[in-house]
Design a protein. Structure first.
Lengths: 125, 468
């Protein structure tokens, strides 16, 4: 299981990467993709949509179930990762390269953990 | 196997039946531009095609079918006898009402019995399936709040252990869905419920016993909290088999229910026949029921009286087992589930290790960690023993879940055999885990590639690809 040090994590297994320009990329963690199993579909918001920290902004579907993906930040969707629509397996193969959305105009963030704290948290799940 | 479109040849058909002697007419503007592409096959080809399909499936009549939450109980033959009587089959819904009094009596009696079992005051047999019944019940709640001028009540509370159809039905009915957490025992978290209710609460949807097979002992508290906040309580009848004839949703504080005749009342399930999901309610919601001649009625949710022959089968079942048989069925369903649970608990940790109702949930998380054999692998392995797998990966709050519901109609030998099969799979997982990833070996279709099927669905026949 991989826990990159440059990312921040939520209790609901999303990762967020803050860029220098103040925007943030958001995806689901290695632990999340492992628990969900083979992902077959992702439902993403549209560019310009508002997202709210702690609230669902996307959902992912595996052969087992559909799960909400919660936003780690409050802001506005600047960009969506179109590649995931055609190749959902990317979320399994490279969860940390498979950002769902990039968020700009960030005004708030959910409770976030660093890699070490998140790793300890997943061990207790 | 070949699809039916890949059988036969152009021009082939059957000549057992004479040519159609009804003259054709043309409906203005609605004429097809090209003929319908129907299979051109002989009667024997059709017959063999469906027999082959039947051999590719597994029904209650083929073997044990402990599919949790689906109540795959045996469908008694006497139900089919009743449903095949000409008085029930040779009728038309538009014939004069006084020439079909017997059929109306079937519906009236069945409604009466279902009201008695659920503690409701009125019932509609129109909804054609469980989720349809849910949708109908939610429309009753919506119509009630509208009639009362409660314009702000637009949220339906649903526990996180609920069937996926609950939030889906609520959403379809135009409500916003609020998920309520379960506590560590698998019950509704009262604090979370208390925090979620308010002036925007339209109602709560609850399955009791819930999807982990436990009867929520706080049920009166739960329904009181929702009522005091001004909401209504909706009972999902999916698990009624555990309590029928013993406890009644109407006495627990529920205002609306739906039942699944194809689960609890022994009518065919799934492809075996159409379903039926009657909606029941208390007096104050009665004017809103579908099919009622009242200004408040939500209108028809299906034509005429619903799937009538399913109602005939359910009535035949209830009249066969009688007043004493109804609670007996529930008690034996609970007994059978607990019998299997206790015989498996040492190898398969139970998600909630206590006396269960009609079903129980095992977690194979430990087995997966130790051997790599998942709930999916174990389920597939059962197919080689002629057993339909339990429900997998549900409820979502339990990891690597297998949800087992034996029902009351299985013998002790069948339960013992299934226990031995599961224990054998546990042993095989430790001896040779790689082999389990390759099962089943003996079924007509081995392990379908579910991932490719979901990522690249081919859901309609491609004529051009085949015929060029």
């Amino acid at each position: 299981m991989n826990f990159p040090k440059n990312l921040m994590y939520t209790k609901t297994h999303e990762w967020v990467l803050f860029a220098e320009d103040g925007s943030a990329a958001v995806g689901i963690t290695d632990y999340a993709q492992d628990q969900l199993g083979d992902l077959v579909f992702v439902n993403l918001p549209e560019k310009g949509d508002p997202v709210t920290a702690g609230e669902s902004f996307a959902d992912v579907e595996s052969v087992k179930a559909v799960s909400d993906v919660l936003s780690p930040v409050t802001g506005e969707v600047a960009e969506i990762n179109e590649l995931l629509a055609d190749e959902p397996q990317r979320m399994n193969q490279a969860p940390y390269d498979s950002w769902f959305v990039k968020v700009q105009n960030i005004t708030d963030r959910a409770e976030l953990m660093d890699a070490e704290a998140y790793q300890a948290y997943t061990a207790s799940c | 196997m070949k699809l039916i479109f890949e059988k036969g040849r152009p021009g082939r058909g059957t000549d057992y039946l004479g040519p159609c002697d009804v003259p054709g007419i043309e409906i203005g503007g609605a004429k097809r531009e090209r003929p319908l592409r129907l299979p051109e096959v002989s009667e024997s080809e059709v017959d063999r095609h469906y027999s082959l399909l039947a051999r590719h499936t597994h029904g209650v009549n083929d073997g044990f079918y402990p599919l949790g939450s689906c109540t795959m109980k045996y469908n008694p033959a006497v139900n089919e006898y009743a449903a095949s009587l000409p008085g029930f089959t040779q009728v038309h819904p538009l014939q004069e009402a006084d020439t079909a009094a017997g059929c109306r009596e079937v519906c009236r009696r069945l409604e009466g019995m279902l009201c008695e079992i659920t503690g409701m005051d009125d019932m509609s047999l129109q909804p054609a399936a469980g989720a349809h019944g849910e949708f109908t019940g939610l429309l009753l709640i919506k119509a009630y709040h509208r009639a009362m001028g409660h314009t702000g009540r637009n949220k339906i509370l649903v526990p996180d252990s609920a069937h996926g159809t609950n939030p889906a039905s609520a959403s379809m009915a135009g409500f916003e869905v609020v998920s309520i957490a379960s506590d560590e025992n698998g019950f509704v978290d009262l604090a979370a419920l208390q925090a979620a209710v308010g002036e925007d609460t339209a109602g709560l949807m609850l399955t009791n016993p819930n999807t982990v097979g436990l009867f929520d002992p706080q049920i009166l508290e739960i329904t009181r909290i929702v009522h005091e906040a001004g909401g209504l309580n909706y009972y999902d009848g999916a698990n009624l088999n555990a309590i029928m004839g013993i406890a009644r949703p109407g006495d627990m504080g529920f205002d609306v229910v739906h039942l699944n005749l194809h689960k609890t009342f022994s009518t065919p399930h799934g492809g075996g026949g159409p379903g039926s999901g009657p909606s029941g309610c208390k007096h104050f919601l009665s004017p809103f029921l579908p099919g009622k001649d009242t200004p408040e009625s939500i209108g028809n949710v299906r034509s005429f009286g619903g799937n009538f022959l399913v109602a005939v089968r359910a009535l035949a079942y209830l009249m066969t087992i009688g007043r004493e048989g109804v609670p007996d069925a529930a008690k034996h369903a609970v007994l059978n589930a607990n019998y299997m649970r206790v015989k498996l608990a040492d190898l398969f940790p139970m998600a909630y290790d206590r006396i269960c109702m009609h079903e129980f949930v095992m977690s194979l998380e430990k087995l997966k960690e130790e051997t790599g054999v998942s709930a999916l692998d174990a389920a597939k392995a059962m197919l080689d023993h002629g057993i339909h797998p339990p429900t997998m990966y549900f409820p979502l709050i339990v990891h690597e879940a297998l949800m087992v519901e034996p029902t009351e109609t299985e013998t002790r030998e069948t339960l013992d055999e299934a226990v031995e099969v599961l224990r054998g799979i546990w042993q095989a997982a430790h001896d040779d885990p790689e082999r389990l990833h390759l099962l089943p070996r003996t079924t007509p279709v081995r392990r379908p590639d579910e991932v490719s099927a979901a990522r690249n669905p081919r859901i309609r026949y491609d004529f051009e690809a085949v015929r060029g």
